[in-house]
Design a protein. Sequence first.
Length: 146
Amino acid sequence: MAIINWRPVERSTNLSRWMDDLFNDRMDRMMSTPTGISTPAVNVLEEEDRFELHVAAPGLKKNDFDVQVENGVLSVSAEREEEEKKEEDNFTRREFSYTSFHRQFTLPENVEDEDIKAEYEDGVLKIRIPKKEMEVKKQPKQIEIG
């Protein structure tokens, strides 16, 4: 007959560790799914007469966005909240989703912040920021000495 050492503390520690791993793994998977709070990718393009910002924000509507300019800072934010409710014989299922972000960009001095335009199409918010027209530099005038 073999004698087996029984270690209740070790077993409970292993069980506890296993439960923690299981729970944490589930939580990690839940947290790795889109939580709705993120920072969208932004491409900045410079053309001869304007700058363009392309903000990747799929799944939103144009009414979800707020674009403002104040003191030379362009602020782009969005917020969307959805609720789905499904009722059947003996249960009700409600699901919520919330999406938001806020980005700020310091504008260069050579832009016309009064003429900024924005449009949302195919999941991309395009913001056009026109540059100021360059002042025509006058040619130096030769002054004759009398």
